[in-house]
Design a protein around this ligand. Structure first.
Ligand SMILES: Cc1cc2nc3c(=O)[nH]c(=O)nc-3n(C[C@H](O)[C@H](O)[C@H](O)COP(=O)(O)O)c2cc1C
Length: 187
């Protein structure tokens, strides 16, 4: 996605997933753990958040749910546009569960821009995926539709934007650029 996004859209890969401690409301105090604070800032300053997740035992990976639990109380996902992109046509339980969790957190789940890249278990690098004309077209279309929706439906707001993957999407027309490192969203 980073390789294929148009130049006026910045995709920032959230690197915090594996560094986030297990959520415990008794430990949800200020100052937050560094990884938690970084994740919250990343979400808060992004125009939208993109999720891509495998399904484990008919659910989302525990690490992804744990990550989300850290922003239930702090509210960074509230009213935030979010979109899902899938690496498989399967895993409907995880997709449904993730949407439900996000809606419960008052995120704006943009189901109409949801796309599926059919990797069918293929282990492709980001470069190989970007070089696959058919799949690259799907990814470009996803980013374009999401960016178009943001520019039409969202007033300009201040900046910024993990595999289960979560990426922040920053629309360059509306916002200054982030300094955060770019990474690949789809592995
Ligand atoms: C522990 C475990 C449980 C899984 N459970 C499911 C499942 O319930 N439903 C499903 O469609 N795929 C399941 N999968 C497959 C994964 O969702 C995923 O497709 C697979 O690990 C390939 O991921 P990769 O493309 O990131 O390598 C499971 C995989 C693992 C390792």
């Amino acid at each position: 996605m980073v390789l294929l996004a148009p130049t006026d859209v910045e995709i920032v890969f959230c690197e915090e997933l594996e560094r986030i401690p297990p959520f415990n409301p008794d430990l949800d105090v200020e100052p937050a753990a560094e990884a938690v604070a970084n994740f919250r800032m990343l979400v808060k300053s992004s125009d939208a958040v993109v999720f891509s997740t495998p399904e484990y035992a008919h659910g989302v990976p525990g690490s992804l749910k744990n990550l989300l639990d850290w922003v239930v109380g702090s509210g960074e996902l509230s009213d935030k546009p979010v979109a899902l992109i899938h690496a498989s046509a399967q895993g409907e339980h995880a997709k449904t569960s993730l949407r439900e969790t996000l809606r419960t957190m008052n995120a704006r789940v943009l189901e109409e821009v949801e796309h599926t890249v059919s990797l069918r278990g293929k282990k492709l690098t980001a470069d190989q995926l970007a070089a696959d004309a058919e799949q690259a077209c799907v990814i470009r279309g996803f980013v374009k539709e999401l960016a178009d929706r943001l520019s039409v439906h969202q007033a300009p707001q201040p900046v910024l934007g993990s595999a289960a993957g979560i990426g922040g999407l920053e629309n360059g027309w509306d916002s200054p650029l982030t300094d955060a490192a770019l990474g690949e969203l789809i592995k």
